[in-house]
Design a protein around this ligand. Structure first.
Ligand code: NAD
Length: 498
C-alpha cells in the first residue's frame, strides 16, 4: 500500500486497519494474560485511535521464559546465519517502509518525513549489525610455549529493552539489532504512548526467519510491564532510554540481580556558536538541533551558547525563522509536529510560563498551538528564551520540547564553562571556523559526543551515549556490541615443563 493510500485511510476512518493489538511472545501475537487493553492516541488530533494489550508481570514472565528457551539455540547459531536474518529484516523494513512510517508518525505525532527518515535509519541499523555479527571475535594471550590462552565473546543471555516514545522504532532497532547480532535474545517494552512500531518490528523479524522466542515485545505501562521486566531475575542486561528518575529506578532493579545496564538518559545539550562561525550554517544547525521532532530528542541542542558579538544577529535570525515554521498534524508533513501527550504538553508549557514569570525574555513563540486544519492536537510553538541566567530551570532541566534557551558568553573559556554547567553530558555542538579552537573546546567539554560545524553529524557507525546524569554505556557502533557479550577466558597447559 502506498503512503497516500494509508494517509487517506486514516483521515477517512480515524484509524488504520491491520494494526497489531497483542503482545508478540514466542513468535506470535497474543492477548494480555489479564485480557486488559489500553488506548494509543494520535497527538496531532488528541484522539485515541487504537487499543493494544495492557500487559503485566505475568505477560513479562511468559516473554522472558520464551526468550530463555530460545537463548541456547540462537546463541549457538553460526554468527553469519544470524547476520543473514538481520539483513533480511533490513530488506523487509524497506519493503514495508510506507506503513511503518505512517504508523510511527501517527503514534508519536512526528512529521511524516521525519518518520520516513527514522524507518530508513532502522533498516540501516539492521544492515550495520548484520555485517557486524560475524566480526565479534575473541583474543589470544601470550602465555608461553607450554600454555594456550584465548577468549570467546559469549552472548549475555536474555536482554531487556525499555523504549521511549520519542523515537520508538529507531530506538528499538538500535538496541535490538546489536543484541540479536551478539546472540542474545530480547524482550522489549515500548512506551505506552507509542507501542505499535516495535510490535511491527517483531513481526518483521519473525518473517525474516528469526526463531520464535528470540525477540518478544510486551506492551503496557512502565509501572505494570516495564517494572517487572527490568526486575526479572532471568534478564542479564537492560538497555534503557528515557528519563533520569526512571533510569535510576531501572538501575536499582537490575542491581538486585547484578544485571548490567546501559542508561541512555536525558540531556541539556549546548550548541556553541562563536563569533567566527559561518552564521548561515549556525542558523540551520541550531534550528534543526532544537525543532526537529519538536525538540523531543535526548540529544536536542536545547541551549544556545553564543558569543556576545553575534548574539543579537543570531537570535534575531533564529526568531524570524522559528516564527515561520509550519506546525501541523504529522501526516500532513509539517515542519514541526505535535508533542507526544497532553501531560507532556502541560510540562513544556509550564516551563515557559515559569520562565516568563521570572522575567525571561521570550524572543519567539511561547504559546500552545493546534493543528491549523482541525484546530485540535497537542502542539507548542517553536520558542526561544533569550539571555537566560545559568541557574534558571530552563537552563538546568530537560524540557524535551521546542524550547531553545540562550546563554550569552565572552570568549572560548567561558563558552566551555557554560557548556559544562549542567548535570548532563550527552552531546555538544560547536560552530567555529577555527580548527584548533574547535578541537580545544571539544577536548574540554564533558559529553559523550561532540559535533563540529554540523549538529547531528554521524550515523549508526558512531558510538552514542552520555556522561554525568545523561547515563553510561554506549549504543551504536561496535561499542554497542560490548553490552551484549561476556568475555570468557580459557587457559590451558598443553605440555612440557615451564
Ligand atoms: P520515562 O523515562 O518514565 O519512560 C521511558 C520508558 O520507560 C517507557 O517505556 C516507560 O513505560 C518505561 N518506564 C517507566 N517507568 C518504568 C519503570 N518503573 N520500570 C521500567 N520501565 C519504566 O519517561 P516519560 O515519563 O515518558 O517522559 C518524561 C521525561 O523523560 C520527558 O519529558 C523527557 O525529559 C524524558 N525522556 C527522555 C527520553 C530520551 O530519549 N532520553 C525519552 C523519553 C523521555
Amino acid at each position: 500500500m502506498t503512503t497516500e493510500t494509508l494517509v487517506g485511510e486514516y483521515f477517512a476512518s480515524g484509524t488504520l486497519s491491520g494494526l497489531p493489538t497483542g503482545h508478540f511472545i514466542d513468535g506470535a501475537f497474543v492477548a494480555a494474560s489479564g485480557g486488559r487493553t489500553m488506548e494509543t492516541f494520535d497527538p496531532g488530533s488528541a484522539r485515541p485511535y487504537h487499543a493494544f494489550a495492557a500487559g503485566d508481570g505475568s505477560d513479562v514472565d511468559r516473554a522472558v521464559a520464551a526468550a530463555r528457551r530460545a537463548q541456547r539455540a540462537w546463541g549457538r547459531t553460526r554468527a553469519s546465519a544470524r547476520g543473514a536474518i538481520l539483513s533480511r529484516a533490513a530488506e523487509l523494513i524497506r519493503a514495508e517502509a510506507a506503513r511503518l512510517a505512517v504508523v510511527e508518525s501517527l503514534d508519536s505525532g512526528k512529521a511524516l518525513q521525519e518518520a520516513e527518515g527514522d524507518v530508513a535509519g532502522a533498516a540501516r541499523c539492521f544492515d550495520y549489525y548484520a555485517g557486524a555479527a560475524d566480526k565479534i571475535q575473541g583474543d589470544t594471550f601470550p602465555l608461553g610455549a607450554d600454555h594456550i590462552g584465548y577468549s570467546i565473546e559469549e552472548p549475555a543471555g536474555v536482554t531487556a529493552h525499555v523504549i521511549p516514545w520519542n523515537y520508538p522504532l529507531s530506538t528499538a532497532a538500535r538496541s535490538i539489532a546489536p543484541a540479536l547480532a551478539a546472540g542474545c535474545t530480547v524482550v522489549a517494552k515500548p512506551a505506552e504512548q507509542t507501542p505499535l512500531t516495535a510490535l511491527m518490528l517483531a513481526g518483521i523479524l519473525a518473517r525474516a526467519g528469526l526463531p520464535a522466542g528470540a525477540c518478544n515485545v510486551v506492551t503496557g505501562t512502565g509501572a505494570e510491564a516495564g517494572g517487572p521486566l527490568v526486575a526479572h531475575p532471568d534478564v542479564r542486561h537492560v538497555t534503557f532510554t528515557g528519563s533520569v528518575p526512571t533510569g535510576i529506578r531501572v538501575m536499582q532493579s537490575a542491581a538486585a540481580h547484578v544485571a548490567s545496564v546501559v542508561l541512555e538518559l536525558g540531556g541539556k545539550s549546548p550548541v556553541i556558536v562563536m563569533a567566527d562561525a559561518d552564521m548561515d550554517a549556525a542558523v540551520e544547525g541550531v534550528l534543526g538541533a532544537i525543532y526537529e521532532n519538536a525538540g523531543q530528542i535526548c540529544s536536542a541542542g536545547s541551549r544556545l551558547v553564543v558569543e556576545r558579538g553575534v548574539h543579537a544577529e543570531l537570535v534575531g535570525r533564529l526568531a524570524g525563522r522559528a516564527a515561520g515554521l509550519r506546525l501541523g498534524h504529522g501526516l500532513r508533513r509539517p515542519q514541526v509536529g505535535a508533542l507526544s501527550s497532553a501531560a507532556h504538553l502541560d510540562k513544556v508549557a509550564g516551563y515557559v510560563e515559569g520562565a516568563r514569570a521570572r522575567g525571561v525574555t521570550v524572543a519567539a513563540g511561547g504559546e500552545r498551538a493546534t493543528d491549523p486544519q482541525s484546530g485540535a492536537g497537542w502542539f507548542f510553538q517553536p520558542t526561544i528564551l533569550d539571555a537566560v541566567k545559568a541557574d534558571d530551570p530552563v537552563i538546568q532541566e530537560e524540557i524535551f520540547g521546542p524550547v531553545l534557551s540562550v546563554q550569552v558568553v565572552d570568549g572560548e573559556e567561558e563558552a566551555v564553562a557554560v557548556a559544562n554547567g549542567t548535570d548532563f553530558g550527552l552531546v555538544a555542538g560547536i560552530y567555529t571556523s577555527d580548527f584548533g579552537r574547535a578541537h580545544r573546546m571539544a577536548r574540554d567539554i564533558d559529553a559523550g559526543q561532540v559535533y563540529i560545524n554540523e549538529y547531528f553529524a554521524g550515523g549508526i557507525e558512531v558510538p552514542f551515549g552520555g556522561n554525568k546524569l545523561s547515563g553510561f554505556g554506549r549504543e551504536k557502533g561496535f561499542a554497542a556490541l560490548r553490552s551484549y557479550t561476556r568475555t570468557k577466558s580459557l587457559t590451558a597447559k598443553i605440555g612440557g615443563s615451564s
